[in-house]
Design a protein around this ligand. Sequence first.
Ligand code: GUN
Length: 287
Amino acid sequence: MTAQIIDGRSYAAALRAEVRERIAMLHGRTGLTPGLAVVLVGQDPASEVYVRAKGKQAVEAGMRSFEHRLPSDTRAENLLDLIHRLNDDRQVHGILVQLPLPAHLDTRAVINAISPVKDVDGFHISNVGMVGTGQDAIVPCTPLGCMMMLRQYHADFRGMTALVIGHSNIVGKPMARLLLNADCTVMVSHKHSTNIPDLARMADIVVVAAGVPGLVRAEWIKPGATVIDVGINRIERDGKPALVGDVDFENVRRVAGAITPVPGGVGPMTIACLLANTLSAFCHQNG
Ligand code: GUN
């Protein structure tokens, strides 16, 4: 068997086009434009790349993009001041503080200072709690993108077994909650789990966000399973820089039923979902 390759780029392009059309329609009707504010503290090179891409794609979708770059020694009170101003700014409908923050800043306090209705990352404790209890809320972008791609292959998750590898607040935990809300039987493993291969062999769906290149091997995978690779690891291969996921793609694709590649799988969907979340937040704030 050779797995179908789940083409995240084309799903993301379709979602971006849908967002763009809806924004043009809403703008024509109301004269209003959704605005996304992205805050970057410090100069982490990977964060710089993500922040630039988010701003560019927001503008391409017809939104306003507001970028706020602060030095790495920014004091908590100045960052919180900026967030309060963005909360009150009627041109801003979505606020995202790029993570990780420098160590001296309290990430939880910063995220919870964002107005929950503008929290387009879905990281605010009230959005986390609502998703955790199966209520409508803003859902974190990466797990949302994974669910959208999974739904293309599985109309109904009931009766299916899923393994989520990784229990981060950004991906693993919300991913597990979304699968559980969809009535999937969900297992969550992490770096202290001792039996991940055995758990994986039971799973119809494997979602991995562990940050370990090539962690998931072909022998772990139930034939025909759907494998979603959230990993983005920069490694050196044959003396050249390469981007790889957490899945041993070349071997796992021979066993799985469907699989996301890296690059071109989950990554493009994440920013497209951020645009979709910003549009939803805009609609919510404008009744
Ligand atoms: N850093 C890595 N992923 C994310 C994300 O989805 N949102 C934010 N704000 N920071 C991140």
